[in-house]
Structure formats: structure tokens, C-alpha cells
Design a protein around this ligand. Structure first.
Ligand code: ACO
Length: 324
């Protein structure tokens, strides 16, 4: 039986680190009041990386992609599928995936973007899994990358303190050994109102509202309920009990959501990868950033079972269960 297996990972964070105190001081100059204490207590976030003005998502994605290729020990020319998950693409078109393809010199294969906001990486990984198992691709690069700071309203303290910029990537290759065991993707478009950036560019002008808006408490409720159901569904599909999961790598939005979910699923905190304190919420980049960090620091080992989960605007959510 053919599987799609994660054979490498990489990530990239912009150089500039902004602590909660530094952010609070900066926001104070705009008459926006917040504090390290409020942010840490409600979210667990201590700092975020913010891209320098002019930095693009494709640049962050290219760094992460190169690191993942190095880790997998393969050449860019071996890649025949690139999927980039992002809500902050460089352009209306071409896709960020096409820009990455050109940057790394991986000509020829398919390249496209996936738009599922903070669920984007999980959506992209499940898509790559389907391509690879169907024999439509041999070697895929799956990337989550965001310059999320570009869609934040810095006068809205209820959202601007929550996010950061970054990119993470994995190489997925066809393999006879077990890799991705099951995937589950869902959406509920009727819940669009709880989290959106409902703007666009048309006729040379910004139309609508180009900034992220969120009903935080509604997002909290939807995230916890949908993700616990999704975790159970993906384990049932793979025929493994939840207790077999070695590592849980959830979307890094808020440590309270992560802790609540871990408890609901009966997963001990020592098996949950948390990076939200360091990176804040990097949307589509959050899951691959956390996965890469835990692979590189030796926590996630070959052969272990990992549950990856995303949740975000749309409303979208999903899970991938992968044997590493
Ligand atoms: N600093 C100081 N005070 C603030 C800030 C801030 N940055 N933001 C809001 N407040 C104030 C509010 O004005 C309000 O004040 P009031 O009582 O005087 O009116 C008070 O704090 C409480 O506001 P709430 O919005 O009720 O705060 P809540 O306890 O719900 O926490 C939070 C907000 C952290 C967003 C929470 O709802 C949550 O965790 N939601 C989950 C959503 C999430 O994490 N989203 C991330 C992106 S979505 C995703 O990735 C899926």
C-alpha cells in the first residue's frame, strides 16, 4: 500500500521579536491600552515575530521550503507539487506557490495556494496526501506562511495582540511505510461572521474591510467543540485509540484553547506541543512551525504518531493523523 510520508520539515521566523511589553508601549503611542499581564493571562502569548515592512509571504515561505528540503535531503528539482496555505498572499495572482516554485528552482510540477486561514496547513497537507497516494505526485512541498501583521488593525486591541508572522514547511513523499494515516477536513460557511477579513481589491481600490475582525468568545467555543469531534473522527478513521497519540500539535491560537482541548481529549500536557507563547498565532504557519520545532529539538521521533489540527476563519477546521 502506498502512503504519503512526512520526510522533512523546516521553518522560518522574521528577525524582529516584539515582546508584549514592547507591543504595549508601541500601542500606547496610538492611545491603545494593553499590557503583558492581560495578554499572557488570556492567551499565553509572550512575544511574536513581526516581519519588516516590505517582507512578503513568499520570502518567508521560500526560507522554510529550503530548510525542509535540506532536512529531507532532496533537491528542489525532485519536487513535483507545491501547495502554500496562506491568507496573506503576495498578490491577487500568481499564487504564492508559483513564486516559491520559481525561487527554489522547482520547475514543472503543479503549484497552487490553499485558502483556509488558520486551518490552511492541515487542508494543504490533506490535499498533498491525496495527490501522493493517488500517484499524481511523488514529492510535495506543503507550506504554511503568513505576513499576518499586514491584515491587523493596530487600533483594535482585541485582535492585534494575538498574531505574528512566520512560515513552516514539510516535504511529503510517496512511501511504502506508513505515513499519513487519516485526514478530516470540515467547514461551516454560515459561521463566516465570527472571524473574517471581509475586504478585497477591485477597480483599483480596497473594497470592504481589509482588516481581521473576530468574535473571540464564539471562536473559542467553536474551536474547542469542532476540534475535539474532529480528533475523535480522524482516530476512528485510522482505527487507533486517542491514547495511542504520541504528540498533539494543535493550531497555536491561544494556550487556553489548547489546554481545554488537551483535557477534553485526555491527552497529557507533556504530549502537547505549544509554541504560541513564542510565536503568537501565525495562522497557516502555526502548525508547521510547531511541528518543525518539536522535530528539531528531538521531541517528535521517527515512528511516532502525531495529531495535527487546524481551526480558523471560514469557519474551517480539520485534522491529520501522521506516523512520522
Ligand atoms: N488588552 C487589554 N484589555 C483588552 C484587550 C487587550 N489586548 N483586548 C480586549 N480587552 C478587554 C475588553 O475590552 C474587555 O473589556 P471590558 O470588560 O471593559 O469591556 C475585556 O478585555 C474582556 O474582553 P473579552 O473579549 O470578553 O475577553 P475574553 O476573555 O473573551 O478574551 C480572547 C479575549 C483572548 C480573544 C478570547 O475570547 C479567546 O481566547 N478567544 C479565542 C479566539 C482566539 O484565540 N482567536 C485567535 C484567532 S482565531 C484562530 O486562530 C482560530
Amino acid at each position: 500500500m502506498a502512503y504519503a510520508k512526512i520526510t522533512g520539515s523546516g521553518s522560518y521566523l522574521p528577525e524582529r521579536v516584539v515582546s508584549n511589553d514592547a507591543l504595549a508601549a508601541d500601542l500606547a503611542t496610538r492611545q491603545v491600552e494593553t499590557s503583558d499581564e492581560w495578554i499572557v493571562t488570556r492567551t499565553g502569548i509572550r512575544q511574536r515575530h513581526i516581519a519588516a515592512e516590505g517582507t512578503t509571504t513568499s520570502q518567508l515561505a521560500t526560507h522554510a521550503a529550503k530548510a525542509a528540503l535540506d532536512d529531507a535531503g532532496i533537491a528542489a528539482t525532485d519536487v513535483d507539487l507545491i501547495i502554500v496555505a496562506t491568507s496573506t498572499p503576495d498578490y491577487v495572482f500568481p499564487s504564492t506557490a508559483c513564486l516559491v516554485q520559481a525561487n527554489i528552482g522547482a520547475g514543472g510540477g503543479a503549484a497552487f495556494d490553499v485558502q483556509a486561514v488558520c486551518s490552511g496547513f492541515v487542508y494543504a497537507l490533506a490535499t498533498a496526501d491525496a495527490f501522493v497516494r493517488a500517484g499524481r505526485a511523488q514529492t510535495a512541498l506543503v507550506i504554511g506562511a503568513e505576513v499576518f501583521s499586514s491584515i491587523l488593525d493596530w487600533s483594535d486591541r482585541s485582535t492585534c495582540v494575538l498574531f505574528g508572522d512566520g512560515a513552516g514547511a514539510v516535504v511529503v513523499q510517496r512511501s511504502e511505510k506508513p505515513g499519513i494515516m487519516a485526514a478530516q477536513l470540515q467547514a461551516d460557511g454560515t459561521q463566516m461572521g465570527v472571524l473574517h477579513a471581509a475586504g478585497n481589491v477591485a477597480h483599483g481600490k480596497v473594497v470592504g474591510d481589509p482588516f481581521l475582525r473576530m468574535d473571540g468568545q464564539a471562536v473559542f467555543r467553536l474551536a474547542v467543540n469542532h476540534l475535539s469531534d474532529s480528533a475523535r473522527a480522524v482516530c476512528a478513521e485510522a482505527g487507533v485509540p486517542l491514547t495511542d497519540i504520541d504528540w498533539f500539535v494543535p493550531h497555536q491560537a491561544n494556550v487556553r484553547i489548547i489546554n481545554f482541548l488537551g483535557k477534553k481529549l485526555g491527552l497529557d500536557a507533556s504530549r502537547v506541543v505549544v509554541t504560541v507563547d513564542q510565536h503568537a498565532n501565525t495562522s497557516a504557519a502555526s502548525v508547521p512551525l510547531a511541528l518543525d520545532q518539536a522535530r528539531r529539538d528531538g521531541r517528535i521521533q521517527p515512528g511516532q504518531l502525531v495529531l495535527l489540527q487546524g481551526v480558523g476563519g471560514g469557519f474551517t477546521w480539520g485534522s491529520v493523523l501522521a506516523r512520522m
